[in-house]
Design a protein around this ligand. Structure first.
Ligand code: HEC
Length: 719
């Protein structure tokens, strides 16, 4: 204990010196250039830390709404949307995108609009987008932004496309990814990062059979020229090739970096968090460890050359994508300073790796895990388990952990629990049904971590979300009643769409919209474009569905029941591979009344001391009053946004459906301030100083009356 104190003390004095030299000893430095949150998650390290301290533990209760910027790109009466954008601030100007992907430049002090750039054409589907990237060289100042299948360069001063970048200001992300650019849809949900004059980007891809590979690419910020490409599914002769079947590089997909990356400019390295290979729940066509799936990958940022990797899940069959950027931090251990990479996972672990070589700082053990019963599937024999830190979410449950909201509901849960396969973490998907905990939306999410250099603590939100994975043989399970377009379309729908939009097209509110009334709202052409390209949190289906299947799905969605046209039955070839599918992913396991199967807490906020690998505090985050038992602690509520930590002693994090924004004392986890926002929100907070004043800002979702949503800024009242 004594040792730990002195380590923290050392660290504090180093920080103290830094402050004195950087900020001339001013304790409450709010000069405009003190960490202006110039990039996604605060800095190139993804720290989500701000050295600003004007807003602090003793005055945070006085925070007031300083201004609200109203986006206005969703017509009245349309479905409300929710933006995941984390604004950035450069020289007093805030740059952020709306949910509909309009980019706005806003006076960060007043909230007045400077310019707006509509990145999508009318009716073109928008995707989840977490922000923009800024680059400058001399007087050339640019916003690099991705919408649709393009990367664009926008003049930061005028809000106009820069024609000399790519083709008239745009570069197609579909080009240069192995597959026919006309038959794929590559989008970008997390903004790219800058290294010198390069912008390095990942991608968002569908999770299905037939998905393209998630190559990492670097483009020149001035010209838009592609400078390097890294094959995340290695080609012959490249390291890692041997972890796949010989031809897999020609057909396997996924292994994309959708969640973001960090840059160590001094070392000239980029660190990427990679997702799982596709198809996510069945890997008979990709036997092997499948590098660089689910890996933290370190590359030379200038050339894209391989440096090292650390695979957190071998041969993933659970959709355990790495869900947030690796954090680059410096920790104190045994009196030494060590530069490390911290990666949190969906399955609840935090891996702490040496930055030079990728070796674990705390011991990691390869443990034997259960084998698969699915024909053709060879689950990997072992998986890595860190001995420290402990998992920040539940990785197991028993019958005692099942909720009991009513005897019938409890009975139904018990029956299900006893009928499915569950052999702990890494239980493979099974025809019997599998319990997965944490599941596809558990553990960490895109909001990621915040690191406090003053204390060596990281802060992370954890979601406790079990799912039941229902595995079927797609070729046998889905058969049409007859050969009309409509009935065939129903089959395509059940296969690809029902998991999110519900068996009866009723949707699963609030995340997944109903498509039963589509014909009253959306013209066919627009719907097809959304289906091809994806929209918001929906993946794109171009290349996944054949043109025939597209016609069928449209006939089904638009209730063309009397379409007399018969669809020619294409004889199934003998060699048609068995394609197992999971028909219930992304759904929290619930009882028949719709209440969570697992007892609370369903979400927590955790403070982990990286020097010791021990948690300092863990609290439930959020509350569902309707399900909270009398006198019981808060239930916690599912959320995806991440925390921000400040020199003012505070951790800020937004809620979700509950519309909350909270400030916690970073040392104790005590709630010190909260406010209720006008709408549900789903975005990380940022903070910056302009004109001697510290502001806090975040994207807030839309409402029925105001579907576009807004950006809200908070500050202390004038003294
Ligand atoms: C992983 C979940 C998921 C799957 C699978 C999925 N969708 Fe979606 N879909 C969504 C979400 C989320 C939205 C809302 C998107 C937005 O906010 O723009 C959406 C929106 C749509 C819309 C637009 C609805 C509107 O009101 O404008 C259509 C049409 C649609 N989906 C059709 C399909 C079809 C057809 C399939 C299957 C081929 C499918 N979806 C599969 C999640 C999904």
């Amino acid at each position: 204990m004594k040792k730990q104190n002195s380590i923290i003390h050392n660290k504090l004095s180093i920080i103290g010196i830094l402050f004195v030299s950087l900020f001339a000893g001013c304790k409450e430095d709010v000069s405009d250039n003190a960490n202006t949150w110039a990039t996604y998650k605060a800095d190139e390290n993804s720290s989500s830390y701000s050295p600003l301290g004007q807003i602090n533990v003793s005055n945070v209760t006085q925070l007031q709404n300083a201004w609200t910027f109203q986006a206005n790109d969703v017509p009245e009466g349309d479905q409300a949307v929710s933006s995941q954008s984390n604004p950035i601030i450069i020289d007093g100007v805030m740059y952020a995108n709306s949910a509909k992907q309009t980019v706005y430049a806003i006076n960060a002090q007043t909230g007045e609009q400077i310019w707006a750039f509509k990145a999508l054409g009318d009716g073109e589907p928008s995707a989840a987008s977490r922000g923009v990237t800024y680059w400058e060289k001399g007087s050339d100042k640019r916003i690099l932004y991705s919408a649709g299948n393009y990367l664009m360069a926008i003049d930061a001063q005028t809000g106009k496309l820069i024609p000399s970048f790519g083709e008239n200001g745009k570069v197609s992300l579909n080009v240069g990814v192995r597959d026919d650019p006309e038959k794929i849809s590559v989008t970008l949900t997390t903004p790219g990062r800058i290294f010198n004059d390069l912008i390095i980007i990942g991608s968002r891809l569908p999770d299905f059979y037939g998905s393209p590979p998630g190559y990492i690419r670097a483009y020149h910020c001035q010209t838009g020229q592609l400078v390097w490409t890294f094959h995340t599914i290695p080609h012959p002769g490249e390291p890692g090739y041997e972890t796949w079947p010989p031809n897999a590089y020609k057909y396997a997909g996924g292994v994309n970096c959708w969640a973001g990356m960090s840059i160590d400019a001094e070392r000239g390295m980029v660190f990427l968090a990679l997702g799982s290979p596709s198809f996510d729940f069945y890997g008979a066509d990709r036997v092997g460890a499948n590098l660089y799936g689910n890996s933290v990958l370190a590359l030379d940022a200038a050339t894209g050359h391989y440096k090292w990797h650390f695979q957190t899940v071998h041969h993933d069959i659970w959709d355990y994508d790495l869900p947030c950027p690796p954090n680059l931090v410096t920790i104190q251990q045994d009196g030494k300073e060590i530069d490390v990479v911290v990666q949190a996972t969906k399955h609840g672990f935090i891996f702490v790796l040496d930055r030079e070589m990728g070796e674990p700082i705390f011991p990691v053990e390869e443990r034997k895990v259960p084998a698969s019963n699915l024909p053709g599937e060879i689950a990997y024999e072992t998986q890595p388990f860190p001995l420290k830190p402990k998992a920040f979410v539940r990785q197991s449950m028993t019958e005692d952990d099942l909720n009991n909201y009513s005897p019938d509901d409890h009975e139904a849960l018990l029956k299900k629990f006893r009928s499915v396969r569950f052999d702990g973490l890494f239980t493979p998907p099974d025809l019997q049904g599998t319990l997965s905990i944490p599941a596809t939306r558990g553990g960490a999410n895109w909001g990621g971590l915040a690191f406090d250099p003053m204390t060596n603590f990281i802060y992370i939100r954890g979601n406790n979300l079990p799912e039941i994975q229902t595995i079927v043989d797609a070729n046998k399970h889905f058969t049409a009643q007859n050969n009309t377009l409509f009935e065939q379309g129903r089959v395509v729908y059940q296969k690809h769409c029902a998991a999110c939009h519900g068996d009866e097209r009723q949707g699963i509110p609030p995340t997944f919209p109903a498509v039963v009334d589509l014909k009253d709202r959306v013209v066919e052409k627009e719907a097809l474009q959304k289906i091809r390209q994806g929209s918001g949190q929906m993946p794109g289906y171009i290349g996944v569905l054949t043109e025939q299947e597209e016609r069928e799905i449209i006939a089904f969605l638009y209730d063309k029941k009397d379409a007399k046209i018969e669809v020619p039955q294409i004889a199934k070839s003998e060699e048609e591979p068995v394609r197992y599918m999971n028909i219930t992913p992304y759904r929290t396991w619930s009882d028949p009344s719709g209440n969570p199967a697992l007892k609370p807490p369903w979400a927590t906020l955790n403070a982990l001391n990286l020097s010791t690998g021990e948690y300092e505090w863990q609290i439930p985050l959020g509350n569902d009053e309707t399900l909270q038992e009398k006198g019981a602690p808060n239930t916690g509520l599912l959320g995806r946004s991440g925390p921000m930590v400040t020199a003012g002693g505070l951790v800020f994090i937004s809620g979700a459906a509950d519309k909350k924004l909270w400030a916690f004392d970073k040392k104790t986890g005590d709630l010190v301030w909260e406010t209720t926002l006008p709408a549900p929100n789903n975005a990380n907070v940022c903070t910056y100083a302009v004109g001697g004043k510290q502001y806090l800002a975040l994207s807030v979702g839309g409402t029925k009356e105001n579907p576009s949503g807004s950006i809200m800024a908070f500050a202390l009242p004038m003294l």
